[in-house]
Design a binder for this molecule. Sequence first.
Ligand SMILES: Cc1cc2nc3c(=O)[nH]c(=O)nc-3n(C[C@H](O)[C@H](O)[C@H](O)COP(=O)(O)OP(=O)(O)OC[C@H]3O[C@@H](n4cnc5c(N)ncnc54)[C@H](O)[C@@H]3O)c2cc1C
Length: 479
Amino acid sequence: MRARGAGAGTVVVGGGLAGVTAALALADRGARVTLVEARPRLGGLAFSFHRDSPVGGLTVDNGQHVYLRCCAAYRGFLRRVGATALAPVQRRLDVPVLDAGRRRVGRLRRNGLPAPLHLAASLARYPHLSPGERAAAARATLALRHLDPADPALDEVDFATWLRRQGQSDRAVAALWDLIGVATLNARAPDVSLALAAMVFRTGLLTEPGAADIGVPAVPLGELHDTRARAALDRAGVTTLLAAKARALRRTDPGPDAAGGEGGGWRVDVSVRGERRELAADAVVLAVPHDAAHGLLPPGALADPGRLARITTAPILNVHVVYDRRVLPVPFAAVLGSPVQWVFDRTGSSGLSAATAGSAGQYLALSQSAAGEEIDLPARVLRERYLPELARLLPRAADARVRDFFVTRERSATFAPVPGVGRLRPGARTRAPGLYLAGAWTATGWPATMEGAVRSGLAAARAVAPGRGLRPERTEESV
Ligand SMILES: Cc1cc2nc3c(=O)[nH]c(=O)nc-3n(C[C@H](O)[C@H](O)[C@H](O)COP(=O)(O)OP(=O)(O)OC[C@H]3O[C@@H](n4cnc5c(N)ncnc54)[C@H](O)[C@@H]3O)c2cc1C
């Protein structure tokens, strides 16, 4: 292990993707880093747990996660922790879209042409829109080029208003824009800031032809974000404290440059498995959810801390069903005209055992975003809603036996991407010297995603480094 920087070192609070990224990036630049995570595992909102199921032991993700090829920072994270091959990206975007009412399957896929022509052929054949709606959708896609996601004026407008101005019908919004937008932004078009929608759709549709190719973990999230991340942190020389909750931050030594320089000492009060400890630091990265940050930030650290309290959150529900046979013939599909939004085959990654589930058993996870109306419904009600629906959508499910059914609920899965949220999101720097923020909710320009979280961690590490004698970052933008 290489020699670490002088001084008390950096404490990173929060072991989600933002915190792990910041810790790795700082360690790579020679900092002495301690990472403090309240839970007994890393990974934050993207994690796995063990379930004793009637079909044997299952490893369950708290919620289906996917990413896109354009998520360069998250792909850098996967590379850094040695997990690229464990979350492969499809060769070319290909999403089967089933219209439950008309019982027709369409496909959103790209060809090898440059953007935006790469999607033109697929859109021209997309059966869920009329020819006029397809032409209008193509025009709206091109109109995205004129939107600058960084323009604060866009953050004041909702996406639905813009879509209407572009001549998009209700059906086009449902069958195309919300189909993608609800899954990536966790809200429907009327509740989405145009700035965030523009960021997602411009990046995914108009940059590189492969930008929207979808990456799906082939292993449980815990393998990527906990096991592999932990090993990478160990190799980088980071001290990781699990089940260690930061209770308070205190500035101990304002130092000569308190007026705005980078000096100053910090104490982080931590309770580690019930035992109180005080960690000294010359820099602290707070990579916790925004409400936790609001509680920990010392007075004066943000010009208007009330803004954090005005950031709201949105839930995601996952419905998990294990069948005694294969019922879904593709790795994943999107659904229209049904309460089911996206359905994923989780058989391989969950460790479902053929011996107990039937030789060809299959485990499906339904990913239900913007789930405000369903998040608190009892599992029994969700079962009565979703099993008949799956039998209607997937003919083979009608005859299959359900071996297990359960739901996972994340009530604060993402910040709500509502118009106006942009001005509530702070950057990495605070007004307190030596104190920095990270988290998907900070001002990354991205919606609450793994990409946003990793970007925020990189931004925080970049803000810490100058003036602390740390090495410059690598030329490649990855951790
Ligand atoms: C069900 C679901 C599905 C999703 N699907 C996708 C998807 O498909 N694609 C995608 O890109 N993104 C998806 N997301 C969003 C993505 O998971 C998050 O944006 C990202 O993981 C947030 O990472 P983070 O590090 O910013 O925050 P978090 O993951 O919230 O990490 C913060 C960490 O801080 C810790 N902490 C809090 N308080 C303290 C304290 N006082 N002391 C110490 N530690 C503390 C917490 O325990 C937590 O581990 C999904 C999220 C959910 C919940």
